[in-house]
Every structure is written in C-alpha cells, then in structure tokens.
Design a protein around this ligand. Structure first.
Ligand code: SF4
Length: 340
C-alpha cells in the first residue's frame, strides 16, 4: 500500500461510498487543506478516481471494502498499516463499520456524525439534522470542519488535458466535432431514472438537428441493459460506452463534452465539478439537497405533490415525476445550453 511517513497534521478521510457524496465532501477537504492538513483519503475503488482529480488530496488509498459488509479481517489489517500515521480522522459515512478502521488504528481524534450509535468509535461527534430540515450535502460535510457558512465553493475536478485527449482517441471520438454525453443510469434505483425511451427520443432529436454531433452513453456495467434499450430505440444508435470506461475515463469524457444530460447520479455531480453545460433530471429525489453545484447546470424537476419521496421505486406506480418530463422539454433546454 506504501503509506508515507507521518507528516504533522496528517489527516485520514474515510470517504463516502457514493461518487456524488465524495464530490459533496470536497469543500470540507478544501477547508481542511487550508488549515494546513495533509490529506489521505481511504476510498472504495469505485470512487477513488475522483479524489485523484482533487488538488487538495495528497494521497488516495483504495480499500476494497464492499458496501454493507463487515470484512473484519481486512479492516483490522488496514488499521494496522495505518497505525501511528495520522493524528486525526474524519469518518464521512454514517455506518458503524466505517468508523472501525480509525478506531482500530488508534487515531487520536476521530470526527463524524453520530450515525449508528457509534459513541465509542468517534470522539468528536456531530448530530445529524432531522430529515425535515436536511441541509444541502455540501454544508452537511463542511460542518465537520466547523464551517457554518452557506456560501461554500463548488466542487471542482482537475482532469488532465492529456487524459482527455488520450481517452477521446481511445474511443475514437473526434475532438473537432460536438460531443453530447447522455448518462441514463442512477444506481440508487429506477425512481431516479428518466425512461430509456425518453433518452432515445432525445438522442434522435439531437441527431436530427445536429448530424455532426457525437452522442455517447456513459455509465457503469450496471447500466448496460438501459443503454442497450436506448440503442435499440434509435435509428442512429449512440456510442454506447456504458461499462466500457474506467471512472477516470468517464470523467475525462465528461470534461470533453459540450453538454451532459443525466439523472441525479454520480456522473451528474462529476459534470458539475467539471463545469460542463448540463441538464440534471430529478424525479424522486430533491435538488435542494443534492443539486449539481455549477453555474452551468439546468435542473429539471417537476416537484409534484408526491415528490420528493426518496423511494427507489415509485410507491404510487404512476411515476409521473419522470414520465411527465418530456424529451421535447429537455431538448428545448439543451438547445439553449448549446447556443450559450
Ligand atoms: S411517488 Fe411521486 S416522486 Fe415518488 S417516484 Fe412516484 S411519481 Fe416520483
């Protein structure tokens, strides 16, 4: 693993499991860096790449810890390797398991929200807000560094230009032609996903109006079925890259895009942190809580009387929050974005 000798003010960050939450934590990292902390992030492999694009992060350790699993031996081994290396730890997930490594590593100051009654694992404990008055996630994390200011900087990823060029070349994308990224996945559940048929219709509208545009589908291997559905419903199928890129390559392709259309997902937050023109489609979730933090973002949210319900699947069965958000409406937004 090759963990460096302890610098003074060495701080371990136990990263969240979701990519979007990792980006929401960046203002906290910016603040800790400004306080002179040397930052090492312990991150799941599925999210580690985004921390490598954050200039305030000094080191990233990938920990193959599965979400929801104890993996006691692995945690104990990792803790042994981290022992005497850190003076402080910030535990960003709320689970009891996520606080084990800093405790086992005997890091003297362990900061986090109370979460699953983890009184003895943490020793600087913050209380979570009640869900009715949930603060935006940026503020939720930044509060751990004592920041109560609502005007926090937006997350910002620095993607190397060489990586962007190399990735576009690898996937045979012409840098001289417009690139539109469609991100049809949302790992949380179908209630956050705009229908595949709507993405397909949007791709058709783009192709008809801008035949020179290259349309790519971005997402993980879990989004392959949705991507296949979109491709099957289009006369000129988009470049389907779901499951074919690494996360770092997906970041590079988003950074290369002229516009990004996505659900409320990790890729939405990446597009925001790359300051790309984007349309963010919200259904069951709440853009007041986890918006794309970017001046380039247009949020589409119908805010029906039943939303946000935060459900993984529509509990009412009609799924109006997404079905009534038509491709023609989103296309209208996209035209304006591409003109701007
Ligand atoms: S209950 Fe309403 S907000 Fe929730 S998924 Fe169904 S239509 Fe969408």
């Amino acid at each position: 693993m090759g963990i460096e000798a302890t610098p003074r003010h060495a701080t371990l960050i136990v990263a969240p499991n979701w990519i979007g939450d990792c980006l929401m934590a960046q203002p906290l990292l910016m603040r800790l860096k400004a306080q002179g902390q040397h930052l090492t992030v312990l991150a799941p492999p599925a999210a580690a790449a985004v921390f490598r694009f954050m200039p305030e992060v000094d080191e990233v350790i990938e920990a193959p810890l599965a979400h929801g699993k104890l993996q006691w031996r692995m945690r104990r081994q990792l803790a042994r390797e981290l022992r005497k290396k850190f003076t402080r730890a910030y535990v960003l997930p709320n689970s009891l398991k996520s606080a084990l490594i800093p405790w086992l590593a005997r890091i003297p100051v362990r900061v986090g929200y109370l979460g699953e009654q983890r009184y003895f694992l943490l020793n600087q404990i913050f209380r979570k807000e009640k869900s009715a008055e949930r603060a935006p996630m940026l503020q939720h994390y930044a509060a751990l560094a004592g920041v109560s200011d609502a005007s926090l900087p937006n997350p910002q990823l620095q993607i190397p230009a060489t990586l962007i060029e190399k990735t576009c070349a690898e996937f045979q994308l012409d840098r001289a032609r417009p690139l539109i990224a469609l991100c049809p996945g949302a790992e949380y559940g179908p209630a956050k996903r705009w229908p595949a048929a709507y993405f397909a219709r949007l791709a058709e509208l783009v192709s008809q109006a801008q035949p020179q545009a290259q349309i790519i589908l971005l997402g993980s291997a879990k989004d392959r079925a949705i991507a296949a559905e979109i491709c099957a419903a289009t006369s000129t199928p988009p470049h389907n890259l779901c499951g074919k890129t690494t996360l770092a390559q997906a970041c590079a392709l988003i950074a290369a895009s002229n516009a990004v259309v996505s659900n409320d997902s990790g890729l939405m937050h990446i597009a925001a942190a790359c300051a790309r023109p984007q349309i963010a489609l919200f259904g069951s979730s709440d853009p007041r809580h986890t918006p794309p933090h970017s001046t380039q973002a247009k949020v589409e949210w119908l805010h029906l009387e039943c939303s946000p319900c935060f459900a993984r699947e529509c509990p009412l069965g009609h799924f109006r929050c997404m079905k009534e958000l038509t491709p023609e409406r989103v296309w209208g937004d996209l035209v304006l974005l591409l003109q701007g």
